[in-house]
Design a protein around this ligand. Structure first.
Ligand code: NAD
Length: 510
């Protein structure tokens, strides 16, 4: 064990001590609280299976208390001038930066994500707050739409208390990506983090309180999706639900929220194609293909999990991907050398390894991995895996595996590439590698996805729209798109002259 690794383990242990000491509860109205029933569930470390702590299983009463706190805090928070809200959000970013080491180490132990990625995610979380902090003063600004005898102008106002429901992959960063714009818009929030990654949600609630966010503006209720999550989506104080997770859960949430007419924003699953043409810069394409499926354990909505390679270069390119996959360092998430850590949960491990059997049964070839990795810790380690000899109608090409598992398929020409890329229920992202810019433009237009990266890995620019088509989502985040979701647009029409008003019932009127 290297000194740096040992050092990380010791620091993580000291950060986790407080969680091990008792049950992790909720954060409601500015205070930590135990929860209504005393019911709890265990939270295990994916790297070694050890019990980190127990977590309160929030129920309807806990959600009700959190929603009441959010409702009570709403008018006050919405009335805070945007400049002040922005300053407070910058303060939250400062505290995130000051506690970045703690956030990254706790997140790695809670999720199994390698520290090299969680460290970046903590920094990105602070950037999310700063980005929306800077936009808070203008969030309300509308448009001037003058017409004949009327001046029309629009304004945006925070929609009200909102629910934010997040998944377990990159949980801290994703929570900030949803919560920062909501707070900047003037909404109050009830956050329900994923049950497999509860720890950093508590850190975020504490950090916000430490930075001076008024009580009740951000409330966190831990718990199981079908219980706490469901209650949140059904609560009549909540005006909108921002949800990130599986497509099937999104469908359920839409039904649960229907009776109270919830506005919803869904960021759901993906089976994203990366299309490599024979004229591409193949060295850069190789780096990007490998990075975009095996980083973050492949537990990434925008991972390029379907590799479509032009027939003329298919065998050689795919063999190079296999070589790289075999060389990826699987290890403990706190080892600085680790590139792929353990999968988050035993259930998820079973799902991912189940696809090794499915691939064999479907007649695909396992060109790399396809088995668990043997390491000194009893965690959920799997080898980075590549399936070849696949076709787009196989389950390994259609279903979101959400692990370090790539399915490669050949294509003949541009039309074939497009047809295969679009032949999926999902429509989140696509990656194109070609030197032909006209072809890249044509495909970018015709691909049924919310985001296309051309000759690029997934580099996020925060003002750009993020989201998917088809089963990958509804709505867009980023920049002003986030404010459109968290705010209502109101139009005011002011007569500036004597426009005609029909005189119903008046004597002599026509
Ligand atoms: P999940 O749908 O199982 O759970 C997500 C959240 O929803 C959790 O907090 C869970 O407790 C809650 N939940 C579950 N059932 C609920 C219900 N009936 N009502 C309310 N809440 C409920 O997803 P997951 O397994 O945690 O995350 C992985 C999924 O998230 C993948 O499909 C991945 O693609 C997707 N994801 C998408 C994006 C994106 O931007 N499109 C980003 C990250 C992850």
């Amino acid at each position: 064990m290297s000194t740096a690794f040992e050092d990380n383990i010791n620091r993580a242990r000291s950060y986790l001590e407080r969680f091990a000491a008792g049950t992790l509860g909720h954060f409601i109205g500015g205070k930590a609280c135990a929860g209504d029933t005393g019911e709890t569930f265990p939270n295990h470390c994916p790297a070694d299976g050890s019990l980190i702590n127990r977590v309160a299983a929030g129920n309807e009463a806990d959600i009700d208390a959190a929603c009441a706190a959010a409702r009570e805090a709403f008018a006050g928070w919405a009335a805070v001038p945007g400049e002040q809200r922005g300053a407070l959000l910058h303060g939250i970013a400062d505290v995130i930066e000051a506690r970045a080491d703690e956030i990254a180490l706790v997140e790695s132990m809670d999720t199994g994500q390698a520290l090299r990625f969680t460290a970046g995610a903590a920094v990105r979380a602070a950037t999310n707050f700063r980005f929306f902090a800077d936009r808070a003063p203008d969030a309300r600004r509308g448009r001037s739409l003058p017409a004949g005898e009327h001046d029309n102008y629009t304004m945006r106002q925070p929609i009200g208390p909102v629910g934010v429901i997040t998944p377990w992959n990159t949980p801290f960063m994703l929570a900030t990506w949803k919560i920062a714009p909501a707070l900047a818009a003037g909404c109050t929030v009830v956050h329900k983090p994923a049950e497999w990654s509860p720890l950093t949600a508590q850190l975020l609630a504490e950090i916000c309180a430490e930075a001076g966010l008024p009580p009740g503006v951000l409330n966190t209720v831990q718990g199981i999706g079908e219980q706490a999550g469901k209650a949140l989506t059904e609560h009549d104080a909540i005006r909108a639900i921002a949800f990130v997770g599986e497509s099937t859960t999104g469908a359920r949430i839409m039904a649960q929220g229907a009776p109270t007419l919830k506005r919803v924003h869904f960021e759901l699953g993906g089976k994203n194609p990366v299309v490599v043409f024979d004229d591409a810069n193949l060295e850069r394409a190789l780096d990007a293909v490998v990075f975009m499926i095996y980083s973050l354990n492949g537990e990434r909505c925008t991972s390029s999990s379907r590799l479509l390679v032009q027939q003329s270069i298919h065998d050689e390119f795919v063999e190079r991907v296999a070589e790289r996959a075999r060389a990826i360092r699987v290890g403990h998430p706190l080892d600085p050398d680790t590139e792929v850590g353990p999968l988050i949960h035993a259930e998820h491990l079973a799902k991912v390894t189940g696809y090794f059997e499915i691939a064999r049964a479907e007649g695909a070839t396992i060109a790399a991995g396809g088995e668990r990795a043997d390491l000194p810790w009893p965690g959920h380690f799997v080898k980075p895996t590549l399936f070849t000899g696949a076709s787009n109608d196989m389950r390994i090409a259609r279903e979101e595996i959400f692990g370090p598992v790539l399915t490669a398929m050949p294509f003949a020409d541009e039309d074939d590439a497009l047809a295969q890329a679009n032949d999926t229920p999902y429509g989140l992202a696509a990656y194109l590698w070609t030197a032909d810019s006209a072809r890249a433009d044509r495909l970018s237009r015709d691909l049924e996805v919310g985001m296309v990266w051309v000759n690029s890995q997934n580099v996020r620019h925060l003002p750009t729209p993020f989201g998917g088509m088809k089963a990958s989502g509804i709505g867009r985040d980023g920049g002003d798109y986030s404010f459109d979701f968290y705010m209502e647009t109101k139009n005011v029409s002011v007569a500036i002259g004597e426009h005609r008003i029909p005189q119903l019932g008046a004597v002599g009127a026509d």
